[in-house]
Design a protein around this ligand. Structure first.
Ligand SMILES: *Cc1c(COP(=O)(O)O)cnc(C)c1O
Length: 426
């Protein structure tokens, strides 16, 4: 702890809050963040020599665990040939071909450098292609930090959005409409009010930034139907669900078609990568083919492509890994529920695929309103108890637990033992 504390003291003098992304700060749990020195498989190692079983997995990218040998050697090989050329490379073609092969309903891909950039660009494309300005997003869904998506509409689904960050002018978010996840009626009401103005609906097909909330049966199908009826595009933000729910992401998992799909996290294998994808007709609206401008000095970076390609190729060759991930996650969720019952802790444990999250509330969690009912103080105590037992969770209630293929049966048992002991103290 001493070394992390020392680094954190230094960090706070030169980095806002001591971190380069707010999710890394342990503010919500009122602790000093651990400074990580290395990670292998399912484990993180900190500057004080502690080892943690990791359920953050870099916030999703490390589907195969840390330091996967095939990803590492692909990166080492790429580095020997140069870090960036500012010119096309073979790997970019291979990456796009592989994604088109694995993901349903996409014909073309544009690589960018982050999930934020992917979503921001997909939105510009949706607006450019439809000639419409408004968009619908869902309260509690996160789509990166671009201005028009940093909106929290408050209680009225029919109201125009209000910025949820300083520095975002009201004018810029006046076209951002907010609906409630799993409440189709709130989406329909917006379409009825603005039938010809809505360019797109953007959704996390599994909401994983309010904790984990799966789509109710018929919800995604209903969005598809509304978009078709009103001539709007449906964007699946698969920055988390892409290659995590299934090799083809949520479109494959739920059997619902999206018009544009955004990726990030897993497709970079731990390097900064994002992508947006769709039909040829839509994607050829993008520069240099079409009028929608979007560019990037380091987009399709050779080292990043090498990491992403290696990870996606591994996934394609081992499609059965998803059954193992789901089995681990389901057993974990069931174990948490029964530990909660034994100790009288009110917890709703949501799980879908390899995503898990416990909400400290006695009621079911199927909407953002339900999720907000969670006792965040209790989550903080749970987090601390788990960390003391060597299990590293997201330091905030409204995040997912990510399971990787590096997590073993004995890791699962160790986790449930820590849960049992921690719940007994809550
Ligand atoms: C993480 C995330 C983003 C933003 O990706 P960055 O790489 O952090 O910019 C966008 N959408 C979703 C669903 C995410 O989880």
């Amino acid at each position: 702890m001493d070394r992390s504390q020392e680094l954190f003291d230094r960090a706070q003098k030169v980095l806002p809050g001591g971190v380069n992304s707010p999710v890394r700060a342990f503010r919500a749990v009122d602790l000093c963040p651990r400074f990580i020195t290395e990670a292998h498989g399912a484990y993180l190692y900190d500057a004080d020599g502690n080892r943690y079983l990791d359920y953050v997995c870099s916030w999703g990218p490390m589907l195969l665990g840390h330091d996967h040998p095939e990803v590492r050697s692909a990166v080492e090989e790429a580095v020997r040939h140069g870090l960036s050329f500012g010119a096309p490379t073979q790997r970019e073609v291979e990456m796009a071909e592989l994604m088109v092969d694995m993901v349903p309903n996409i014909e073309m891909v544009r690589m960018v450098n982050s999930g934020t950039e992917a979503v921001m660009s997909a939105l510009r494309l949706a607006r450019g292609a439809t000639g419409r300005d408004k968009l619908i997003k869902f309260e509690g869904c996160y789509h990166g930090h671009s201005d028009c998506l940093l909106v929290n509409a408050g209680s009225s689904a029919l109201a125009g959005g209000h910025p949820s960050s300083a520095g975002v002018p009201e004018d810029i978010v006046k076209h951002t409409l907010t609906a409630q996840f799993n409440r189709l009626d709130t989406v329909e009401a917006l379409f009825q009010r603005w039938p010809e103005d809505i360019a797109c609906v953007i959704v996390e097909p599994v909401a994983a930034n309010m904790g984990v909330v799966a789509p109710a049966p018929g919800f995604l199908e209903g969005l598809r139907a509304l978009c078709d009826r009103y001539g709007a595009l449906l964007i699946f933000d698969e920055v988390i669900t892409g290659f995590r729910l299934a090799p083809g992401g949520a479109q494959e998992y739920f059997g619902v078609r999206a018009d544009l799909v955004t990726f990030g996290k897993i497709i970079g294998g731990g390097m900064p990568v994002g992508a947006y994808c769709g039909s040829r007709a839509l994607m050829e609206q993008v520069a240099p083919c079409g009028p929608v401008y979007q560019a990037g000095t380091l987009s399709g970076n050779p080292v990043a492509m090498a990491a992403g390609l290696a990870q996606l190729r591994y996934i394609q060759a081992h499609r059965d890994l998803y059954a193992g991930l789901e089995d681990y996650a389901r057993t974990l969720a069931e174990g948490m529920r029964s530990a909660a019952a034994r100790h009288g802790v009110g917890v709703a444990v949501n799980q879908i695929g390899s995503l898990v999250s416990p909400f400290f509330t006695p009621t079911e969690v199927t909407t953002f309103v339900d999720a907000k009912g969670s006792d965040v103080g209790r989550y903080a105590r749970y987090f601390k108890g788990m960390l003391e037992r060597g299990v590293y969770l997201a330091p905030a209630q409204f995040e997912a637990m990510f399971v990787s293929t590096a997590h073993t049966r004995s890791d699962l048992e160790a986790t449930l033992k820590a849960v049992e002991e921690t719940f007994a103290e809550l």
